[in-house]
Design a protein around this ligand. Structure first.
Ligand SMILES: Cc1cc2nc3c(=O)[nH]c(=O)nc-3n(C[C@H](O)[C@H](O)[C@H](O)COP(=O)(O)O)c2cc1C
Length: 157
């Protein structure tokens, strides 16, 4: 059982979130592979049971590199059906595109047939930060990783 976290980050904010998401996956006792987008390959998708994508908000959407990764993943279209997904984003402000970025990632993962669990306890769509994550956001990121990993365990047991 393994979860892949792929993130883009120019100034380090999304990267800090990615490390907290990774901690959450580990708390659930699941193996995790953390990849900066520049090192990530869609071929990893064949060896994992969950995919969590993190992006800075660029004009209200994920970065072009994240979109290119998803576009490359067409190579495995149909093979990711039923995999667990999740998303997180760092924005420059409040109400300036974090939710649209997260939902854009979720929408792309839906097209792969992935299963995305919302959250009733706040941060309904994923995990969002304004700039660098503070302790509260890091906790939200950990919870995201933990929930994705736990759901992947349930589905793949
Ligand atoms: C090209 C570009 C476009 C951006 N567009 C937005 C935006 O639409 N809304 C927003 O809140 N922040 C925007 N930002 C700010 C980044 O999302 C923000 O600084 C983020 O924390 C950067 O994450 P990083 O440190 O992981 O690179 C933009 C930044 C860049 C470079």
């Amino acid at each position: 059982m393994k979860i892949l976290i792929v993130y883009d980050s120019r100034s380090g904010n999304t990267e800090k979130m990615a490390y907290a998401v990774m901690e959450g996956v580990k708390i659930a006792g699941v193996e995790v592979l953390l990849k900066n987008i520049d090192e990530a390959s869609v071929d990893e998708l064949m060896n994992v049971q969950g995919l969590i994508i993190g992006s800075p908000v660029y004009y209200g959407l994920p970065t072009a590199k994240i979109k290119a990764f998803i576009d490359d993943s067409v190579k495995y279209h149909g093979k990711l059906d039923g995999m667990v997904g999740g998303a997180f984003a760092s924005a420059g402000g409040i109400h300036t595109g974090a939710e649209t970025t997260i939902t854009a990632i979720n929408e792309m993962l839906f097209i792969h047939g992935m299963i995305i669990q919302g959250s009733s306890g706040g941060s309904h769509f994923g995990a969002a930060s304004v700039g660098a994550p503070d302790d509260n956001v890091k906790e939200t990121c950990r919870k995201l990783g933990e929930r994705v990993a736990k759901l992947a365990k349930k589905i793949n047991n």
